[in-house]
Design a protein around this ligand. Structure first.
Ligand code: DOR
Ligand code: ZN
Length: 346
């Protein structure tokens, strides 16, 4: 296949940050995606409908003229989230979902939830009103091995929560393990997962290939090859349990190439091309539209894009870096050639 025409994809998991970084990165997502679910881990986190509405305005101001793009906002859950506020923000069309960060699990998760059991009143309201719960699915603690975090989160948090709230709509964000893929597949249509391009393209060897590779460091961290194989099988299966969510997470180079570097892969400039590489290699291009453009909208309950886009198998070189103030952000595949290129929008 030398070209592929599909409905405009949707990115169900992005980080835009704020200020100068936001203004630089939003156009990359808006160029390729009809919509995106925007994560709320700003400083301070987006915990109220007012904060989310203001943040949405700043995002829309950064969308290039004439570009159709809909940011969809999420609420950052804390130990103090008021279920009534969350429900009101959802009913008012400001929040589409709420994000659960276990405290200290990742970037700006210090305000996250310290005791998930105590969130039952919030989960009850979310279950009743059909508000999706998006999880950063890692159990963290001083004695938890970083490679076991996801499985322990499934066993110790997700299974009990779903036992208490079986109707809860739940997206396990950025799954990284075979156990994650199997867990969502074993549940009903109310449970789904996003999968990032880096977890499909790489396994943990890539983090150390010829030296330490900080631009491939993200959380949850890359896992061993058998997990990568399982994730590729899941994504390319066409199953409605899995959909595109890049977790594009820009950090400036100074903070990535540091003594204690930040987690995140900035994939927005080349996101669709990166996934296409995987689907092409695995002979699954006929199932790409389901993963990229249909399954996510079906789960969240909005219509897939009516716009069609064509990607051609024609190489282009990805920008090596993107200037931000006095620093730069290094994209996935920066400075190298990728096989697929966005051609036209109909
Ligand atoms: O690698 C990551 N970066 N994982 C996350 O969970 C958060 C994200 C970020 O915001 O930088
Ligand atoms: Zn994320």
């Amino acid at each position: 296949m030398t070209s592929l025409t599909i409905r405009r994809p949707v990115d169900l998991h992005v980080h835009f940050r704020d200020g100068a970084v936001l203004r630089q990165v939003v156009p990359y997502t808006a160029r390729q995606f009809a919509r995106a679910i925007v994560m709320p881990n700003l400083v301070p986190p987006v915990t109220t409908a007012k904060m989310a509405a203001d943040y949405r305005s700043r995002i829309l101001a950064a969308v290039p003229e004439g570009q159709d793009f809909v940011p969809m906002m999420t609420c950052y859950l804390t130990d103090h989230t008021d279920p009534a506020d969350l429900v009101a923000g959802y009913r008012d069309g400001i929040f589409v979902a709420a994000k659960l960060y276990p405290a200290h699990a990742t970037t700006n998760a210090q305000h996250g939830v310290s005791s998930i059991d105590r969130l039952d009143p919030v989960f009850a309201a979310m279950s009743e009103h059909g508000i999706p719960l998006l999880t950063h699915g890692e159990l963290v603690g001083p004695h938890v091995d970083i490679f076991d975090r996801e499985k322990l989160f499934i066993d110790q948090v997700l299974i009990p929560v779903l036992e208490r709230f079986p109707q809860l709509r739940l997206v396990m964000e950025h799954i990284t393990t075979q156990e994650g893929a199997e867990f969502v597949a074993s549940r009903g249509a109310n449970v789904a997962a996003t999968i990032t391009p880096q977890h499909l393209l790489y396994n943990r060897n890539a983090l150390f290939e010829g030296g330490l590779r900080p631009h491939l460091y993200c959380l949850p961290v890359l896992k061993r090859a058998r997990h990568q194989v399982a994730l590729r099988a899941a994504a390319t299966s066409g199953s409605a349990h899995y959909f595109l969510g890049t977790d594009t997470a820009p950090h400036v180079k100074r903070l990535k190439e540091a003594d204690c570097g930040c987690a995140g892969v900035f994939s927005a400039p080349v996101a669709v091309e990166a996934y296409l590489k995987v689907f092409d290699e695995d002979g699954a291009l006929d199932r790409f539209e389901a993963f990229a453009s249909l399954n996510g909208p079906a789960f969240y309950g909005f219509a897939p894009s009516e716009t069609r886009v064509t990607y051609s198998k024609a190489p282009h070189v990805v920008e090596a870096s993107i200037a931000v103030e006095n620093d730069e952000i290094i994209p996935l595949f920066g400075g190298t050639s990728v096989d697929w290129t966005l051609q036209q929008q109909l």
